[in-house]
Ligand binder design. Sequence first.
Ligand code: SAH
Length: 455
Amino acid sequence: MLLTITTKRYPATDLGYLLHKHPAKVQTVELTAGSAHIFYPEATDDSCTAALLLDIDPVRLVRRNGAHNDFALEQYVNDRPYVASSFMSAAIAQAYSSAMNGRCKDKPHLTDEAIPFEITLSVLPVKGGEHLLRQFFEPLGYKISLESYVLDEQFPEWGQSRYFNVTLQHTLPLKTILSQLYILIPVCDNDKHYFVGGHEIEKLMEKGQGWLDTHPAKELITRRYLRNIGPLAKEALGMIMKEEVLPEEVKQPKEKVRLHDVRLQTVRDLLLELNVSSVADMGCGEGKLLRLLMEKSAFKNILGMDVSYHSLEIAQSKLKLDRLPEMQKNRIQLIQGSLTYRDKRLSGFDAGVLVEVIEHLDLPRLNALEKVVFEYARPQYVVITTVNAEYNILYETLSNGNFRHNDHRFEWTRAEFEAWGNRVAAQFGYIVTYRPLGETDEVLGGPSQLALFKR
Ligand code: SAH
C-alpha cells in the first residue's frame, strides 16, 4: 500500500522539512504489523513527492491477532496486507508524527500554512463504494479522482470491487490533511481496527478537531471509526454533538423478531401482488411464512421444504396440520429435502421463496442451489431475502464484524448480493429487481434485502 504526498509549492522540497524526513534518504519505521518505508520518488524545487510504502507482514499479523476468530481461515485469507486500512493510519501516525502534530523544527511557519497538495492512496477499500467515499471527503473540500476495479475480469457482470486508487487534491496545512487521512482511511475501510484501544475516542477527538464536528457525515464517521467498540461510539457522538440529541439510528435497531415479521409480511404481500396461486417455501424452517400464506385463500397450493426434520416437526405442530379440515389440509404439504440436490417435488410452482436461507449454505454450495432453484424447479418467480451486511454496524453487538446468526456462513453487502443475483438471472434467463427490507438507513440500506426474479 502506497501513500504519496506531492506538492509543487516553491520550494517544493520544504516538504522534507515538514515531514521531518530528508529527501535524499530512504527510511524505515518498524510497526507492530510490518514496516513503513519512506522515500522521495522526486525532490526538486518545482515538485516534491514523499512516498510511504506500507509493508504488512502477514505472519506477524496472524500472530498478534491471537486465537480469537469466528472465521478460522480469515486470519490467513484476507486483504489486509494489500490495502490501506487502520494499519496505514498507524503508519502515518508513527512515520509522520511531527508533521501530524504540527511540529517543524527548522521552518515552524510551514505547519500552519495552507499548501496545495496532491495525495494518492492505493489501494483503498471503501465499504459502501464511491458514493460514500465522496460523502466523506468532498464536504472537506477535497477534489477527488478515482480509479476503480472490476471484481473479476472474467465475470464483468459481477460489477465493481470496493477497491479504489484515490487521488485527492486540496490546499490545507499538512497536519490537517494527515489528521483527516488518519481518521478517514479506516472509516472508508470499515473493517476491524487492529489498533483499537481505549484511547480511540481521544484520538478521534484530537484528530477530528476543527473539522469533524461540522462534517455532515460526522455520525457515520464516528460510528465507523469506533466500530470495534460499539458502545463507545455513543459516548463519542455525545461528546462531538454536545447537547444535541443522539440520532435515532445510533440506538439499537428494533429487535430481530420485528424485522423478521416485516420480512415475511413483505414477501406475502409481494406474492399476492404477483397473483401467484402456488408457492414453494424452500428452507421454510418452523413455518412462519407458511402460516401467513395459509391465511390467504389466494394461495391454493403451498409447499414447505426444509433440510431440518426437527424444524418441520415444529412447523407441523404450529400449523396444527392434524386438526385442519380436509380442504385446508389439502392446500399444504411439508417435505424434507435439501436445496443442493435436484428435487422433482419442487417443480411446477408459480413462485419459489427462500427467506434468509442462502446465507446458511457454504458459499461453494450456492452453485448447486442455483441449479436446483433456477434450472430444475424453475418457477415463474423466485423471491430471495438475505441480511444486508452493511447494516451490521448499527447493531452494537455486531459492530466487531460478527454475523447476525452463528449459523450464517456469509453475509453480503448490497453490492455483493446484487452481483450474485445479476449473474444468476443472466445465467438462467430471469430478470431481477432488488429492494431493501425493514427500516432503511439512508447510507447503509435496509437491515435485510430482497431480490425478485422473474422468468
Ligand atoms: N425461511 C425460514 C427459516 C430461515 S432459517 C424463516 O424465514 O423463518 C434457514 C433455514 O434454512 C433453516 O430452517 C435451515 O434448516 C434451512 N436450510 C439450510 N440449509 C438448507 C438446505 N441445504 N436445504 C434446505 N433447507 C436448508
